[in-house]
Design a protein around this ligand. Structure first.
Ligand SMILES: Cc1cc2nc3c(=O)[nH]c(=O)nc-3n(C[C@H](O)[C@H](O)[C@H](O)COP(=O)(O)OP(=O)(O)OC[C@H]3O[C@@H](n4cnc5c(N)ncnc54)[C@H](O)[C@@H]3O)c2cc1C
Ligand code: FES
Length: 278
Protein backbone atom coordinates (compact mmCIF):
# COMPACT_ATOMS: atom_id res chain seq x y z
CA UNK A 1 0.00 0.00 0.00
CA UNK A 2 1.33 3.48 -0.86
CA UNK A 3 1.64 5.58 2.23
CA UNK A 4 1.05 9.28 1.68
CA UNK A 5 4.17 11.42 1.57
CA UNK A 6 4.06 13.49 4.72
CA UNK A 7 3.86 17.21 4.23
CA UNK A 8 6.13 19.14 6.58
CA UNK A 9 3.01 20.73 8.16
CA UNK A 10 2.15 17.32 9.63
CA UNK A 11 5.11 17.59 12.00
CA UNK A 12 4.42 21.15 13.08
CA UNK A 13 2.15 21.86 16.03
CA UNK A 14 -0.22 24.73 15.20
CA UNK A 15 -1.85 26.77 17.92
CA UNK A 16 -5.62 26.28 17.82
CA UNK A 17 -7.91 28.71 19.63
CA UNK A 18 -11.12 27.42 21.17
CA UNK A 19 -13.81 29.64 19.68
CA UNK A 20 -16.81 27.89 21.22
CA UNK A 21 -17.52 24.98 23.55
CA UNK A 22 -20.85 23.13 23.61
CA UNK A 23 -21.55 20.50 26.25
CA UNK A 24 -23.22 17.57 24.45
CA UNK A 25 -23.49 15.13 27.36
CA UNK A 26 -21.93 14.58 30.81
CA UNK A 27 -18.87 13.07 29.03
CA UNK A 28 -18.67 14.74 25.62
CA UNK A 29 -18.01 18.35 24.63
CA UNK A 30 -17.91 19.90 21.16
CA UNK A 31 -14.97 22.27 20.62
CA UNK A 32 -14.97 24.71 17.70
CA UNK A 33 -11.34 25.51 16.83
CA UNK A 34 -9.74 28.28 14.78
CA UNK A 35 -6.16 28.17 13.49
CA UNK A 36 -4.04 31.35 13.38
CA UNK A 37 -5.41 33.76 10.74
CA UNK A 38 -8.42 31.45 10.34
CA UNK A 39 -6.21 29.26 8.12
CA UNK A 40 -7.99 26.20 6.74
CA UNK A 41 -7.15 22.81 8.19
CA UNK A 42 -7.47 21.28 4.69
CA UNK A 43 -8.73 17.94 5.94
CA UNK A 44 -10.79 15.25 4.24
CA UNK A 45 -13.87 13.90 6.05
CA UNK A 46 -12.67 10.98 8.20
CA UNK A 47 -9.17 12.32 8.91
CA UNK A 48 -7.94 13.06 12.44
CA UNK A 49 -5.64 15.51 14.19
CA UNK A 50 -3.24 15.20 17.13
CA UNK A 51 -4.62 17.46 19.87
CA UNK A 52 -2.24 18.44 22.65
CA UNK A 53 -2.33 20.30 25.92
CA UNK A 54 1.02 21.75 26.91
CA UNK A 55 2.69 19.74 29.64
CA UNK A 56 0.08 16.95 29.54
CA UNK A 57 0.28 15.15 26.19
CA UNK A 58 -1.46 14.51 22.87
CA UNK A 59 -4.50 12.47 21.78
CA UNK A 60 -5.72 11.55 18.27
CA UNK A 61 -9.16 13.09 17.66
CA UNK A 62 -11.32 12.90 14.52
CA UNK A 63 -12.28 16.13 12.84
CA UNK A 64 -16.06 16.01 13.06
CA UNK A 65 -17.00 18.90 10.78
CA UNK A 66 -16.95 19.01 7.00
CA UNK A 67 -14.13 20.77 5.12
CA UNK A 68 -16.94 22.85 3.60
CA UNK A 69 -16.97 24.69 6.95
CA UNK A 70 -14.14 27.09 6.19
CA UNK A 71 -12.82 29.24 9.05
CA UNK A 72 -13.11 26.79 11.93
CA UNK A 73 -13.40 23.04 12.52
CA UNK A 74 -15.10 20.93 15.19
CA UNK A 75 -13.74 18.29 17.56
CA UNK A 76 -16.09 16.24 19.75
CA UNK A 77 -14.12 14.91 22.70
CA UNK A 78 -15.09 12.33 25.32
CA UNK A 79 -13.43 12.84 28.71
CA UNK A 80 -11.78 9.47 29.40
CA UNK A 81 -8.28 10.15 30.77
CA UNK A 82 -5.35 12.50 31.23
CA UNK A 83 -5.27 14.41 27.94
CA UNK A 84 -9.00 14.49 27.27
CA UNK A 85 -9.63 15.61 30.87
CA UNK A 86 -7.16 18.48 30.46
CA UNK A 87 -8.92 19.48 27.20
CA UNK A 88 -12.31 19.43 28.96
CA UNK A 89 -10.92 21.79 31.63
CA UNK A 90 -10.12 24.46 29.00
CA UNK A 91 -12.40 27.45 28.43
CA UNK A 92 -13.47 29.40 25.34
CA UNK A 93 -10.52 31.56 24.22
CA UNK A 94 -8.06 28.94 25.49
CA UNK A 95 -5.57 27.25 23.19
CA UNK A 96 -4.63 23.74 22.12
CA UNK A 97 -1.86 22.26 20.00
CA UNK A 98 -3.09 20.88 16.66
CA UNK A 99 -0.97 18.55 14.51
CA UNK A 100 -2.13 17.10 11.22
CA UNK A 101 -4.51 16.31 9.58
CA UNK A 102 -3.46 12.67 9.51
CA UNK A 103 -4.54 9.45 7.86
CA UNK A 104 -6.65 8.42 4.92
CA UNK A 105 -10.18 9.82 5.13
CA UNK A 106 -13.38 8.70 3.38
CA UNK A 107 -12.92 8.42 -0.41
CA UNK A 108 -15.35 11.21 -1.30
CA UNK A 109 -14.44 11.33 -5.01
CA UNK A 110 -15.14 7.59 -5.33
CA UNK A 111 -18.46 7.98 -3.51
CA UNK A 112 -19.66 10.75 -5.85
CA UNK A 113 -22.44 9.69 -8.19
CA UNK A 114 -23.30 6.63 -6.08
CA UNK A 115 -25.98 5.76 -3.53
CA UNK A 116 -24.72 5.89 0.06
CA UNK A 117 -25.67 4.10 3.26
CA UNK A 118 -23.94 5.87 6.13
CA UNK A 119 -24.04 3.79 9.32
CA UNK A 120 -22.87 4.90 12.77
CA UNK A 121 -23.06 3.19 16.13
CA UNK A 122 -22.42 5.05 19.42
CA UNK A 123 -19.48 7.48 19.18
CA UNK A 124 -19.11 6.53 15.49
CA UNK A 125 -21.41 9.47 14.78
CA UNK A 126 -18.43 11.74 15.56
CA UNK A 127 -16.19 10.91 12.56
CA UNK A 128 -19.22 10.15 10.37
CA UNK A 129 -20.66 13.64 11.00
CA UNK A 130 -17.87 15.17 8.85
CA UNK A 131 -18.96 12.99 5.91
CA UNK A 132 -22.69 13.51 6.47
CA UNK A 133 -22.19 17.30 6.52
CA UNK A 134 -20.01 17.08 3.39
CA UNK A 135 -22.62 15.00 1.53
CA UNK A 136 -25.48 17.30 2.57
CA UNK A 137 -23.49 20.39 1.51
CA UNK A 138 -22.78 18.76 -1.88
CA UNK A 139 -26.07 16.86 -2.10
CA UNK A 140 -26.38 16.93 -5.91
CA UNK A 141 -23.10 15.01 -6.28
CA UNK A 142 -24.54 11.86 -4.69
CA UNK A 143 -27.39 9.45 -5.45
CA UNK A 144 -29.80 8.14 -2.82
CA UNK A 145 -28.50 8.79 0.71
CA UNK A 146 -29.50 6.80 3.81
CA UNK A 147 -28.26 7.60 7.30
CA UNK A 148 -28.67 4.81 9.88
CA UNK A 149 -27.80 5.57 13.49
CA UNK A 150 -27.79 3.41 16.58
CA UNK A 151 -26.81 3.77 20.20
CA UNK A 152 -27.48 1.99 23.46
CA UNK A 153 -29.99 4.42 25.00
CA UNK A 154 -31.74 7.61 23.72
CA UNK A 155 -29.74 9.90 26.02
CA UNK A 156 -26.47 8.65 24.47
CA UNK A 157 -27.49 10.06 21.07
CA UNK A 158 -25.12 12.97 20.37
CA UNK A 159 -25.93 15.97 18.12
CA UNK A 160 -29.69 15.63 18.77
CA UNK A 161 -30.66 18.99 17.15
CA UNK A 162 -28.57 18.34 14.06
CA UNK A 163 -29.86 14.78 13.71
CA UNK A 164 -33.40 16.18 13.87
CA UNK A 165 -32.53 18.36 10.84
CA UNK A 166 -31.18 15.33 8.92
CA UNK A 167 -34.42 13.51 9.75
CA UNK A 168 -36.52 16.36 8.32
CA UNK A 169 -34.73 16.45 4.95
CA UNK A 170 -36.69 15.01 2.04
CA UNK A 171 -33.51 14.17 0.10
CA UNK A 172 -32.14 11.90 2.84
CA UNK A 173 -33.56 8.65 4.22
CA UNK A 174 -32.98 8.63 7.97
CA UNK A 175 -33.47 5.86 10.53
CA UNK A 176 -32.37 5.62 14.10
CA UNK A 177 -32.54 2.88 16.72
CA UNK A 178 -31.65 2.32 20.38
CA UNK A 179 -30.77 -0.95 22.09
CA UNK A 180 -32.81 -0.08 25.17
CA UNK A 181 -35.77 2.33 25.04
CA UNK A 182 -36.73 4.88 27.69
CA UNK A 183 -40.45 5.62 28.38
CA UNK A 184 -40.35 8.80 26.23
CA UNK A 185 -38.79 6.98 23.23
CA UNK A 186 -41.25 6.29 20.41
CA UNK A 187 -38.71 5.21 17.79
CA UNK A 188 -37.21 1.90 16.70
CA UNK A 189 -35.76 -0.44 19.33
CA UNK A 190 -33.10 -3.02 18.47
CA UNK A 191 -29.43 -3.19 17.51
CA UNK A 192 -28.29 -1.29 14.42
CA UNK A 193 -28.21 -4.40 12.22
CA UNK A 194 -32.02 -4.58 12.48
CA UNK A 195 -32.27 -1.42 10.32
CA UNK A 196 -30.45 -2.92 7.33
CA UNK A 197 -32.86 -5.64 6.06
CA UNK A 198 -35.54 -2.96 5.38
CA UNK A 199 -33.19 -0.88 3.19
CA UNK A 200 -33.72 -1.06 -0.60
CA UNK A 201 -30.14 -1.11 -1.89
CA UNK A 202 -28.91 -1.44 -5.48
CA UNK A 203 -25.61 -3.32 -5.01
CA UNK A 204 -23.88 -2.05 -8.19
CA UNK A 205 -24.14 1.57 -7.16
CA UNK A 206 -24.28 1.46 -3.34
CA UNK A 207 -21.36 2.32 -1.06
CA UNK A 208 -21.78 1.61 2.65
CA UNK A 209 -19.72 3.52 5.23
CA UNK A 210 -19.58 2.09 8.76
CA UNK A 211 -18.17 3.74 11.90
CA UNK A 212 -18.72 2.43 15.40
CA UNK A 213 -17.49 0.20 18.20
CA UNK A 214 -15.46 -2.87 17.14
CA UNK A 215 -18.25 -5.32 18.06
CA UNK A 216 -20.60 -3.79 15.51
CA UNK A 217 -18.51 -4.19 12.34
CA UNK A 218 -18.75 -7.95 11.89
CA UNK A 219 -22.54 -8.02 12.13
CA UNK A 220 -23.19 -4.90 10.05
CA UNK A 221 -20.84 -6.13 7.33
CA UNK A 222 -22.64 -9.50 7.44
CA UNK A 223 -25.99 -7.78 6.76
CA UNK A 224 -24.52 -5.73 3.90
CA UNK A 225 -23.02 -8.83 2.30
CA UNK A 226 -26.49 -10.45 2.44
CA UNK A 227 -27.62 -7.44 0.37
CA UNK A 228 -24.87 -8.30 -2.20
CA UNK A 229 -22.88 -5.10 -1.55
CA UNK A 230 -19.38 -5.83 -2.97
CA UNK A 231 -16.46 -5.93 -0.46
CA UNK A 232 -14.79 -2.98 -2.17
CA UNK A 233 -17.90 -0.86 -1.63
CA UNK A 234 -17.99 -1.46 2.11
CA UNK A 235 -15.90 1.17 3.86
CA UNK A 236 -15.00 1.13 7.56
CA UNK A 237 -13.15 3.49 9.88
CA UNK A 238 -11.05 1.64 12.46
CA UNK A 239 -9.85 3.09 15.75
CA UNK A 240 -6.56 1.91 17.22
CA UNK A 241 -4.31 3.26 19.95
CA UNK A 242 -2.00 5.76 18.26
CA UNK A 243 1.01 7.75 19.25
CA UNK A 244 3.09 9.35 16.50
CA UNK A 245 0.47 9.46 13.71
CA UNK A 246 3.37 9.24 11.27
CA UNK A 247 3.80 5.52 10.61
CA UNK A 248 6.88 5.36 12.86
CA UNK A 249 6.10 4.05 16.35
CA UNK A 250 4.08 0.96 15.37
CA UNK A 251 1.43 1.53 18.07
CA UNK A 252 -1.42 1.40 15.55
CA UNK A 253 -0.07 -1.47 13.44
CA UNK A 254 -2.37 -4.31 12.32
CA UNK A 255 -0.13 -6.80 10.47
CA UNK A 256 1.39 -4.77 7.61
CA UNK A 257 -1.04 -1.87 7.94
CA UNK A 258 -0.52 1.31 9.92
CA UNK A 259 -3.91 2.64 10.97
CA UNK A 260 -2.58 6.19 11.30
CA UNK A 261 -1.31 6.30 7.72
CA UNK A 262 -3.05 3.57 5.68
CA UNK A 263 -6.33 4.25 7.54
CA UNK A 264 -8.21 4.89 9.70
CA UNK A 265 -10.54 4.41 6.72
CA UNK A 266 -10.27 1.07 4.86
CA UNK A 267 -12.19 -0.75 2.15
CA UNK A 268 -13.40 -4.11 3.47
CA UNK A 269 -11.44 -6.02 0.79
CA UNK A 270 -8.20 -4.52 2.20
CA UNK A 271 -8.72 -5.87 5.71
CA UNK A 272 -11.09 -8.82 5.54
CA UNK A 273 -8.22 -11.32 5.57
CA UNK A 274 -6.71 -9.73 8.73
CA UNK A 275 -8.25 -11.48 11.74
CA UNK A 276 -7.58 -8.77 14.33
CA UNK A 277 -8.81 -5.90 12.11
CA UNK A 278 -12.54 -6.56 12.58
C1 LIG B 1 -8.04 7.85 14.77
C2 LIG B 1 -8.66 8.12 16.12
C3 LIG B 1 -9.68 9.04 16.22
C4 LIG B 1 -10.25 9.31 17.46
N1 LIG B 1 -11.25 10.23 17.51
C5 LIG B 1 -11.79 10.55 18.71
C6 LIG B 1 -12.78 11.58 18.78
O1 LIG B 1 -13.19 12.18 17.78
N2 LIG B 1 -13.27 11.87 20.01
C7 LIG B 1 -12.83 11.23 21.16
O2 LIG B 1 -13.31 11.57 22.24
N3 LIG B 1 -11.91 10.26 21.09
C8 LIG B 1 -11.35 9.92 19.91
N4 LIG B 1 -10.38 8.95 19.86
C9 LIG B 1 -9.96 8.28 21.11
C10 LIG B 1 -9.00 9.21 21.85
O3 LIG B 1 -7.82 9.36 21.10
C11 LIG B 1 -8.66 8.61 23.21
O4 LIG B 1 -9.80 8.57 24.02
C12 LIG B 1 -7.57 9.46 23.90
O5 LIG B 1 -6.35 9.29 23.23
C13 LIG B 1 -7.45 9.08 25.32
O6 LIG B 1 -6.37 9.85 25.87
P1 LIG B 1 -6.36 10.26 27.40
O7 LIG B 1 -4.96 10.72 27.74
O8 LIG B 1 -7.45 11.20 27.72
O9 LIG B 1 -6.70 8.90 28.12
P2 LIG B 1 -5.66 7.83 28.79
O10 LIG B 1 -5.39 8.34 30.18
O11 LIG B 1 -4.50 7.61 27.88
O12 LIG B 1 -6.57 6.57 28.78
C14 LIG B 1 -7.88 6.53 29.37
C15 LIG B 1 -8.61 5.34 28.80
O13 LIG B 1 -8.83 5.51 27.39
C16 LIG B 1 -8.32 4.40 26.66
N5 LIG B 1 -7.70 4.89 25.41
C17 LIG B 1 -6.58 5.60 25.27
N6 LIG B 1 -6.32 5.85 23.97
C18 LIG B 1 -7.31 5.27 23.28
C19 LIG B 1 -7.61 5.13 21.89
N7 LIG B 1 -6.83 5.64 20.92
N8 LIG B 1 -8.72 4.48 21.54
C20 LIG B 1 -9.53 3.94 22.48
N9 LIG B 1 -9.29 4.02 23.80
C21 LIG B 1 -8.21 4.66 24.20
C22 LIG B 1 -7.26 3.81 27.55
O14 LIG B 1 -7.08 2.42 27.28
C23 LIG B 1 -7.86 4.01 28.94
O15 LIG B 1 -8.81 3.02 29.23
C24 LIG B 1 -9.80 8.64 18.64
C25 LIG B 1 -8.76 7.72 18.53
C26 LIG B 1 -8.20 7.46 17.29
C27 LIG B 1 -7.09 6.47 17.20
S1 FES C 1 0.64 5.88 15.53
FE1 FES C 1 2.74 5.53 15.33
S2 FES C 1 2.81 4.16 13.63
FE2 FES C 1 0.75 4.75 13.74
Amino acid sequence: MNRQILKSSHFAVERGTIVRIKTLSPHEKLFEIALPGNARLNHDPGQFVGVSVFGVGEAPISVCSSPTKRDTFDLCIRDVGRVTHAIHALKEGGSLGIRGPFGRGFPVRLLEGNDLVLIAGGLGIVPLRSLVQYVINNRRDFGKVSILLGCRTPDEMLFGDEIEQWNKRIDVHFACTVDRAAPEWHGHVGVITTLIPGEMLVPERTFAVIVGPPVMYKYVIGELLKKQIPDRQIIVSLERHMKCGLGRCGHCQIENLYCCQDGPVFHYDEIKHIKEAI
